[in-house]
Design a protein around this ligand. Structure first.
Ligand code: ADP
Ligand code: MG
Length: 251
């Protein structure tokens, strides 16, 4: 397979001069980003700055206009790459949970392993139960999503993304749609994942969380990476006026 020979050991994610336009609107204007194995990168920035588009380019939910993206050894910009194979390596959790309402919690988690990986149902069920225990929902395997709280639904969505044993997890404002009292339980699950060594890119509005779990924080504005650094640097001593202005509004 051509994709295997392109495997890289230097970083888990490599983004080089990534550009993305919607019509004449260039929303990513040359993004460079490297994420090392086990690194947790938090992406912050104002609404419309291109954070979601960047994440979506990483697993080709968006067509890439120009530049290069290599994710878990796969060149996403290579037209020959098997995009389903890429997505098996990259788990994604969205603001809205997108659980299938007509399936039980366990069936939601089993779906991709059974359909894509051809795991048998017994094995997939055991894996689902193990993941539900990990996110603190071992008693909910047979529940329907509608009977769960928002925080529980998001924890199921995380378990579902983990069911494919991805090498990378992407989170796009995973707590933004939650009632405040449910944010903590979801952040706790994400933090445990970070502590387990998972490579992650998190778009978040939770500045305290970014500071606590991020190895690095990337501030995006207007489709570019305006500033990046260790959390204590970026939050404690921002260098760019635009970063200071943004932080003064959200902190
Ligand atoms: P953020 O996540 O930082 O709020 P987005 O990546 O969602 O920003 O959006 C960046 C810009 O791209 C916005 O101006 C938005 O309107 C535009 N955009 C995003 N998705 C699409 C799309 N599918 N079609 C057209 N424009 C889009
Ligand atoms: Mg967004």
């Amino acid at each position: 397979m051509s994709t295997v020979s392109e495997k890289t050991t230097t970083s888990k994610i490599q983004v080089k001069d990534l550009r993305k336009s919607f019509g004449s609107n260039e929303v990513l204007q040359g993004i460079n980003l490297d994420v090392a194995e086990g690194e947790v990168v938090c992406v912050i920035g104002p609404s419309g700055s291109g954070k979601s588009t960047l994440l979506r380019c990483l697993n080709k939910l968006e067509e890439i206009t120009a530049g290069k993206v290599v994710v878990d050894g796969f060149d996403v910009t290579d037209p020959k790459v098997d995009i389903n194979e890429v997505r098996r390596h990259v788990g994604m959790v969205f603001q809205h949970f997108n659980l299938f309402p007509h399936m039980s919690v366990a069936e939601n988690i089993m779906l991709a392993p059974v359909e894509l990986k051809k795991m048998n149902r017994t094995e997939a069920r055991a894996k689902a139960e193990e993941l539900l225990t990990r996110v603190g929902l071992s008693d909910k395997a047979n529940a329907r999503p509608a009977s769960l709280s928002g925080g529980q639904k998001q924890r199921v969505a995380i378990a579902r993304a983990l069911a494919m044993s991805p090498g990378i997890m992407l989170f796009d404002e995973a707590t933004s749609a939650l009632d405040p009292e449910m944010v903590g339980e979801v952040l706790q699950v994400i933090k445990e994942l970070a502590d387990s060594g998972m490579t992650m890119v998190l778009v978040t509005h939770e500045m305290g969380f970014a500071r606590e779990v991020g190895d690095r924080v990337v501030f995006m504005d207007g489709g570019v990476v305006c500033e990046e650094g260790k959390p204590e640097e970026l939050f404690g001593n921002p260098q760019q006026e635009r970063t200071r202005d943004f932080l003064s509004k959200v902190l």
